[in-house]
Structure formats: C-alpha cells, structure tokens
Write a protein that binds this ligand. Structure first.
Ligand code: SDX
Length: 428
C-alpha cells in the first residue's frame, strides 16, 4: 500500500486521505474515515468510481481490453486450460498440479447428485416456468438440505459448501431444461468430464447412450471459462453484500442468480440473440442501429457496451472464434451469425458507438453458439449462472475469510421531506 495522500478541502478545512495502491490498476482513495472527519458522504450511484473491496481474483483493464484471472490472461486460459482447472485457480490462487487437478475434479464429481426431495421441487413449477426462476428457487432451497455446512466461520464448511455449489449447478440447470421439455431427469455420470456430464444430463435420454461430441464439449467448456468470474460486477457485488450479513452461501448464490437475470447483465445473452433474430437479415441492421442511437427509443443493441470495457471485451473475441469452431463441427449454417458479424462491423464504424466506446461484450456471440449447440434462449442465462457460480463462490470465500470484513451498508443523499407532524385524517 502506498503512503501517499489525497487532499480534500471542505469549507476551508483540509483533510488528508490515504491513497492505497494495488499490484496493478488504479490507486484508490481510502475514504473509510471521511464521514467521521467531515460529516459528509461520497455520492456514487452505480458505483462507477467506487472500489468496494480488495480482491486478488480477477483484474480488468477496460481501456486495454485486458482480463486476468489470478494473473493469467483469459485468452490463454480459454485456449489452454479447462473449466475445472480455472475453477481450482480461482478458488486456490495457483494453477493445480496434475495430481491436485485430479483430486479436485474427483471431489467435484462426487457432489453432483441432488437430494431426491429437492428434485421434487421442480414439480411445483409450471412446465413453462423460466429456468432462471427455477434456479433462484432451487439454489436458495439447497440451504434447507445442508445444515452440516452452513457455519461460514468454519473453513471446512466453506470448502464443502463451495464444492457442493460448483458441482450441483450443472445438475440443477440440466434438470430445469428437462423439466421444461417434459423429459425425465438424467442422473450425473462421474465417468464423464464436468462439462461432458452436463451435456449428457441436458441432451441425453434414458433410452440410449449419449455421445459427448469433443468439439461441443470443448466449446461448452470454453464458454464456462469465459463466464467464470469478472471482478465486482452487479451479481458478484450482490453475492458479497448478501454474504456480508452472514447469510449462508446457498442463499447468497440465489441472490446472485436473481441479479444476473436482468437484461442489462447476464440476461443480455438471451436478449442479444432475440434481437439478432428480430433483425433477421443484414439489410435491416441500419434501422436498428438508428433506433439504438435514438434517445427517445429505449432500444439498445443487446450484447453491446460495458461498464468497464471501453475497448473490445476479450471474451467476445474468443467467443466469435468459437462460433466458427462449433458451426464447422456441427455443420451448422445459421444466418444469424452473418447478421451478428455485419451488425458488429456497421456499429463499430458508426460515430455514436465509436465516441461512446461501445463494443461487443461477452453476451453478443454467446447466444449464437448456445443456439447452435441446441439450447433454447431461456437457458442462456442459466448457463451464465452455472459458470459464474465458481466466481461468486471464490469472491464470497475471499470476503468471508478476510478478518476485516464488515457488513455492507451504504448511506444516501436524502432528498425527502424534513420532519413534520402527523395530521389526523379528519384534518386533511
Ligand atoms: C454483462 O459488469 C460486468 O462485468 C458484467 C459482465 C460480467 O461478466 O459480469 O461483463 C456481463 O453484464 C455484460 C453487459 C451485458 N449487457 C448488455 O449487453 C445490455 C446492453 N448494454 C447496456 O445496457 C450498457 O452498455 C451496460 C448496462 C452494459 C453498461 O451501462 P453503463 O456502464 O451504465 O453505461 P451507460 O448505460 O451509462 O451507457 C453510456 C452511454 C449512454 O448514452 P448517453 O446517456 O451517454 O448518451 O452509452 C449508451 C447509453 O445510452 N449505450 C448504448 C448501449 N450501451 C450503452 N447505446 C446503445 N446500445 C447499447 N448497448
């Protein structure tokens, strides 16, 4: 931490505020004592200029389009690693040895089953319930089944809960899909990889042996890596805030799922593909670009823009390349990809998008791939939640294991009525 200071003057009085330095990225002004010193709050709706915590998990340089997990560039991890290996890295801080990875993968595979009583939860939903609604309910309900591991002060309880959440999300997600199409739930198969098992639970049927296509398994695993963690985004901040009250990890992850569902966040992948399908052919793109630029039109290019990236989202680069790999492997010809490529080309040559630094984000191409693999759009954000669970869990562990952590409780700029006396209804 640096020992340099920032100076603040309020009504002529000077205040020295410590400036803290991380290992890279912007320094921060430590305002923890500001209210006590000045009687004033800072004001930052949306937290555009606020660091909410210290973290060693993920670093983003939005201007340069850089994303590192524990220092490793996302492009290298996507091309050379696996989701299980990245999960170990996020949870433990270092890449595992082959033996460590085997043990971790074995442990996760032994927690993939769901309690039979929990499987009955699905029967309470309508068949056309949005799978994200089911995820919110079922993940939150996990806390009713694991009283043996909800003492968050116990590192062993945190470890078991973390493994259970990472392991059970694919099972819960696959069951949500099966329930929506009226097919029987498929049991996990420990002989398959984490991602291969998810694919067989989703697309397999009891009547025949499901064949996991290596190209699809690799693409799906890469998509999971690209969604694993992303600094203090809205849903991760939700998990941290819920966890700061001491809530159990299952309830915290359910809160994260609820936040991720929003179309401005994880719900954008579903909205982006629906937008591309609505645009249809490239000749209709200019009309939609004009709509996106029109301040009086609420329409936005879904999958475009980002709070942090003011350059290309490095995940979108990998995602676009993966589209080609999946299309080739599955011999898919979907015109929506050409529409997406043309939309990106036209938007990135338009002054509005150039000036506002709006580039494709992780959600722009992901739906094209997921649709080619066979997922309905309603499952897209579920897949985002499945992958992001390891990030949420790693961020939650980092916070809970910090002895200095306190309950999150922001203040406000009050603009309501000042004190006034109650008026009985007969006198109003
Ligand atoms: C994710 O935070 C994360 O890390 C999230 C995420 C993760 O991995 O966790 O990366 C995942 O959520 C990616 C983002 C997915 N959302 C979308 O694709 C929805 C479409 N994009 C936007 O709604 C928007 O870009 C946000 C919400 C992503 C970011 O919004 P900001 O940072 O609050 O920026 P803003 O809304 O203030 O926009 C700045 C300007 C505005 O114009 P002005 O008011 O300055 O005139 O850019 C405009 C916006 O109107 N703008 C867009 C636009 N996005 C922003 N105009 C048209 N189309 C868009 N997509």
């Amino acid at each position: 931490m640096a020992d340099n200071q920032a100076k603040l003057t309020v009504d002529g009085a000077g205040f020295d505020l410590p400036v803290m330095q991380g290992t890279t990225g912007p320094d921060v002004v430590d305002i923890r004592k500001l209210y006590g010193q000045t009687g004033m709050f800072t004001f930052d709706p949306g937290y555009k200029s606020t660091a909410s915590c210290e973290s060693a998990l993920t670093y983003i340089d939005g201007e340069e389009g850089v994303l590192l997990h524990r220092g490793y560039p996302i492009g290298q991890l996507a091309e050379q690693s696996s989701f299980m290996e990245v999960s170990y890295l996020l949870l433990n801080g270092e890449l595992p040895t082959a033996d460590e990875l085997d043990k971790f993968t074995y442990t996760i595979s032994r927690h993939t089953m769901l309690h039979e009583q929990l499987a009955r939860f699905y029967q309470g939903f309508r068949r056309d319930a949005h799978p994200m609604a089911i995820m919110c309910g079922v993940v939150g309900a996990l806390s009713a089944f694991y009283h043996d591991s909800t003492d968050i002060a116990d590192p062993e309880h945190r470890r078991i809960s973390s493994h259970r959440l990472i392991a059970k999300m694919p099972t819960i997600a696959a069951m949500a899909y099966k329930y929506s199409i009226g097919q029987p739930f498929m049991q996990p198969k420990n002989s398959l990889s984490y991602t291969g098992n998810f694919l067989q639970m989703t697309f397999g049927v009891p009547a025949e042996e499901y064949e996991v296509l290596p190209a699809v398994e690799r693409a799906m695993d890469k998509i999971f890596i690209l969604h694993a963690d992303h600094e203090q985004n809205a849903s991760t901040s939700t998990v941290r805030l819920a966890g700061s009250s001491g809530a159990n990890p299952f309830a915290c992850m359910a809160a994260g799922i609820a936040c991720l569902w929003g179309p401005a966040h994880g719900g954008a992948n579903e909205a982006a593909l629906e937008m591309l399908r609505e645009i249809g052919t490239p000749d209709r793109i200019p009309h939609y670009i004009e709509r996106a630029k029109d301040k009086n039109d609420p329409f936005r290019l879904m999958g475009f823009g980002h709070r942090v990236y003011k350059n290309y989202d490095p995940r979108a680069t990998v995602m676009q390349k993966t589209v080609r790999e999946v299309f080739e492997a599955l011999n898919v010809q979907d015109p929506v990809f050409e529409t997406a490529l043309r939309l990106e080309e036209l938007a990135l040559s338009d002054d509005y998008f150039i000036e506002k630094k709006l580039f494709p984000n992780v959600d722009f191409y992901s739906g094209v791939i997921l649709s080619a693999i066979g997922f309905p759009t309603t499952m897209f954000t579920v897949l985002f939640a499945l992958a992001r669970t390891v990030g949420w869990v790693a961020q939650w562990n980092e916070m809970i294991s910090d002895p200095a952590q306190v309950i999150g409780r922001p203040r406000q700029l009050y603009t309501g009525p000042t004190e006034r006396d109650y008026v009985p209804v007969a006198q109003r």
